[in-house]
Design a protein around this ligand. Sequence first.
Ligand SMILES: [Zn+2]
Length: 94
Amino acid sequence: MNCMRVTRVLQSYLDGEVDEATARRVAVHLEDCRRCGLEATVYREVKKTLARREMPDARAVARLRDFGESLLTESDHSAKAGSDEVPKDPSTGA
Ligand SMILES: [Zn+2]
């Protein structure tokens, strides 16, 4: 199996979605090909991060949430679902 094929099936391989023979061939290749081995390591780290459900960038997530809430408050003033403690933004008001 060459690098191109390994790269193509690598994600499926890490997801356990390839058949046994393919998985074995990929594993063998990863053993002696540093480049693909490294790539597999990177994919694994990404998957681990996702599996842990840790937010990769808390600030980016907070901004997204603020954006979502601003959309909600703008389009739906009367029906505030859940909390009454929506902080008013002082910079836009006055
Ligand atoms: Zn390779």
